[in-house]
Design a protein around this ligand. Structure first.
Ligand code: SDX
Length: 380
């Protein structure tokens, strides 16, 4: 196998522009992120996830009546079909939550009232159905594997608050609901990242939205992508105490193949703007919880990694981990929470892909032989 570096081969498609998009713009060198032209820092501060759902699916921020309608549409699409509930209930207690989510997302297709409907209305309806159902799948799986009864959606609660309610069975406080809402806004969309590009490749064959989203869940699960946030909290718990950070990090970083979860990025070459916001929430939730230990350890690690000869910066996963941990959420649902948010970005890109489609089929750099003389079985 040729080592990476064959001239003309764009390993990992780094920097290769493969299509136009209006949905999201990332300035990797400066650390700036825009959804349909709006800066993520403003959206995180001033929008709810439901507003961002409208922005990403319709291309503009909603007015009051449009926001009321998208909230009504999401609430109207709540309520897991029995077939999907059975899939979650039948999953072994040892199964991985992202595997349950991927399987349940596929099962949603079996219960769609009109899977072949590829009109604008049909695409919007399927997107809203996935957005409404994902938090319920994650919450039900979380409770069932603990031997607890699922909690039905609470129609008086917004998307983020309802998610926490279905997880814990009690209405969240205002602070917790807003923290989850901000996290959902921050994770909603990020241009042609691995899981979104997976969704676009599947959509480009004119397959369906459920297939595209199921594929995207599979891609997001990977620790180099959405799976990193669970890796971050495992790192913090393994280090355990601030005094252990330096020796632990120095030892690990000697291994060239080691990757510190939550650091580095394929596009950002400076601080991920989402990490700036989540860092504030990591501190805030720590203070609310009575201990900022995990925030302070994260901050120390950030300073050490920035101080290296080749600085590395936190990405979206680094401070989301300590934020969720201080919210009392278990590490195994951190990546599912990422998917609960990103499902709107996947849906938006599926719709954009099929509105000006070209089958995605890159070339390969063949490094094998050709015209080898055939060897009959008896001669092998
Ligand atoms: C997400 O693409 C997106 O937009 C994704 C995302 C989204 O919103 O959808 O932003 C979400 O996936 C964020 C990334 C989460 N993943 C992690 O935190 C896993 C840890 N990070 C690394 O695996 C890595 O940084 C990647 C995979 C994220 C990006 O890696 P690249 O661009 O392929 O870089 P690389 O692995 O080729 O490393 C380049 C150099 C190497 O050093 P040299 O060999 O050049 O000396 O940087 C070093 C690496 O050793 N490096 C790291 C590192 N990341 C890069 N070294 C240690 N730890 C790291 N985390």
């Amino acid at each position: 196998m040729a080592e990476a570096g064959t001239p003309g081969v764009a390993y990992g498609l780094r920097g290769v522009v493969v299509d136009d998009t209006r949905i999201c713009k990332i300035f990797g060198e400066e650390g700036r992120l825009y959804y349909y032209g709006y800066n993520i820092l403003e959206l995180a501060e001033r929008c709810s996830y439901e507003e961002v759902v409208h922005l990403l699916l319709k291309g503009r921020l909603p007015n009051k009546s449009e926001l009321a309608q998208v909230i009504k549409d999401i609430k109207g699409a709540r309520g897991l079909p029995y077939g999907v509930r059975d899939v979650i209930k039948s999953a072994p207690k040892t199964s991985i939550p992202m595997d349950v989510l991927r399987t349940a997302a596929s099962a949603l297709a079996l219960t769609d009232p009109d899977p072949k409907d590829d009109t604008d209305e049909g695409r919007y309806r399927k997107a809203i159905r996935l957005i409404a159902q994902f938090p319920e799948i994650v919450a039900m799986d979380y409770r069932v594997r603990r031997g607890e009864e699922p909690v039905a959606p609470h129609d008086d609660l917004g998307h983020a608050a309802n998610f926490l309610y279905m997880l814990h069975g009690t209405e969240p406080g205002k602070d917790a609901a807003r923290t989850m809402d901000v996290a959902l806004v921050l994770h909603a969309e990020h241009s042609f990242n691995a899981s979104t590009f997976t969704a676009r490749v599947i959509a480009a064959t004119l397959s369906d939205m459920y297939s595209a989203v199921a594929g995207a869940v599979g891609a997001l699960k990977g620790p180099l992508h959405g799976g990193a946030n669970e890796g971050v909290i495992k790192t913090l718990l393994e280090i355990g105490e601030p005094a252990n950070i330096k020796p632990w990090l120095e030892k690990k970083m000697q291994d060239k193949s080691f990757r510190l979860m939550g650091f580095g990025h394929a596009v950002y070459k400076t601080l991920d703007p989402r990490a700036i916001v989540l860092k504030k929430y990591s501190k805030k939730t720590g203070e609310e919880r009575g201990t900022t230990k995990w925030y302070e350890m994260s901050e120390q690690i950030e300073q050490m990694m920035k101080g290296r000869e080749k600085p590395l910066y936190p990405n979206v996963d680094f401070y989301s981990a300590s934020t969720y941990y201080m919210m009392g959420l278990p590490p195994e649902i951190y990546t599912p929470i990422f998917a609960v948010s990103r499902v709107v970005g996947w849906a938006a890109h599926v719709i954009e892909q099929i509105t000006h489609n070209k089958l995605i089929r890159p070339a390969a750099n063949y490094i094998g032989e050709v015209d080898k003389p055939f060897v009959a079985m008896e001669a092998r």
